[in-house]
Design a protein around this ligand. Structure first.
Ligand code: ZN
Ligand code: FE
Length: 244
C-alpha cells in the first residue's frame, strides 16, 4: 500500500495480529505501529532495507507492545505511546495525549484519545495522508471489547472515527473481519452493502488473503457499531457479540 509516498506493510504475527510498518520514502524513516513481537518485524524491515526509527503504541496490551524492548535494543528506536498508560507499558520514551503531534519525515500524525477498549487507548491520524491507525478500537465491521471503558465512550469513538473522510485507510490490529461480518449480518440482515462485503470477505479469507486495511466509508456502510443510533444500541450489540 503506497499512500502519497508513505508505504505501509502488513506483518502478520501471533494468531491474528497485524503489526504495521510504515516507511516514508522521502526521509527514509520507518515507524512500527503496535509490535506484538520483535523478530518478524525486524525481519520485515531488514528485507526492505529499512531501519526502524520509531515505535508508536496504541494501548498497553501485550499483543501491541510485546516487541518494544527487543526492537529498541536492536535499533535504538524511540517509543511513543499513550500518557495515560505509560506506567503499564513501561518502555515509552515519549508520552502523548489528545491533539499531540508525532511525525514520520514530513508527515504528521495527530493523536486521538479513543478510550473504551483500554482506558488510555489512542489512535494515530495522518489527515494529509488519509490514514488512521486504530489499534483495537475499530475493526473491519467491528469494534474493540469494552475492557476498561463504557459503551458511551465507544459510541463517541465511533462518531469521531466515522467523521473522518470516507477515503481514510483504517489500519486495525487484528484480522477479526469474518467473525465480525457474520455477526453483523444477523443484526442488519437487510443491509445489502454488508451482505456483499461479507460474501467478499468469505472469499478473500478462503484464498488466505488479509481483509485489513479497511476504509472509513466502508465502515460507515457496514459496521453495526459505527451505525448504532445511540449508546444503548451500541451497548446491546457489543454485549450480544461478546456472548456470541
Ligand atoms: Zn487490545
Ligand atoms: Fe489486541
Amino acid at each position: 500500500m503506497v499512500n502519497a509516498m508513505l508505504e505501509v506493510v502488513r506483518v502478520p504475527v501471533l494468531s491474528d495480529n497485524y503489526v504495521w510498518l510504515m516507511h516514508d520514502v522521502a526521509s527514509g524513516e520507518t515507524v512500527v505501529i503496535d509490535p506484538a513481537v520483535a523478530e518478524p518485524v525486524l525481519a520485515a524491515a531488514a528485507a526492505r532495507g529499512w531501519t526502524i526509527g520509531q515505535i508508536w503504541n496504541t494501548h498497553w496490551h501485550g499483543d501491541h507492545v510485546g516487541g518494544n524492548a527487543a526492537i529498541k535494543a536492536a535499533t535504538g528506536c524511540s517509543i511513543t505511546g499513550p500518557a495515560a498508560e505509560a506506567d503499564r507499558i513501561g518502555t515509552l520514551d515519549r508520552t502523548v495525549s489528545e491533539g499531540d503531534v508525532v511525525r514520520i519525515g514530513g508527515h504528521v500524525a495527530t493523536v486521538m484519545e479513543v478510550p473504551a477498549h483500554t482506558a488510555g487507548h489512542i489512535a494515530y491520524h495522518l489527515a494529509e495522508d488519509a490514514i488512521v491507525f486504530v489499534g483495537d478500537t475499530l475493526f473491519a465491521m467491528g469494534c474493540g471489547r469494552l475492557f476498561e471503558g463504557t459503551a458511551a465512550q465507544m459510541f463517541n469513538n465511533m462518531a469521531r472515527l466515522g467523521g473522518l473522510p470516507d477515503d481514510t485507510s483504517v489500519y486495525c490490529a487484528h484480522e477479526y473481519t469474518l467473525s465480525n461480518g457474520r455477526f453483523a449480518l444477523g443484526v442488519e440482515p437487510d443491509n445489502e452493502a454488508l451482505a456483499a462485503r461479507v460474501a467478499a470477505v468469505e472469499a478473500a479469507r478462503a484464498r488466505g488473503e488479509a481483509t485489513v486495511p479497511t476504509t472509513i466509508g466502508l465502515e460507515r456502510a457496514t459496521n453495526i457499531f459505527m451505525r448504532a443510533r445511540d449508546v444503548e444500541e451500541l451497548a446491546q450489540r457489543r454485549a450480544a457479540k461478546d456472548a456470541a
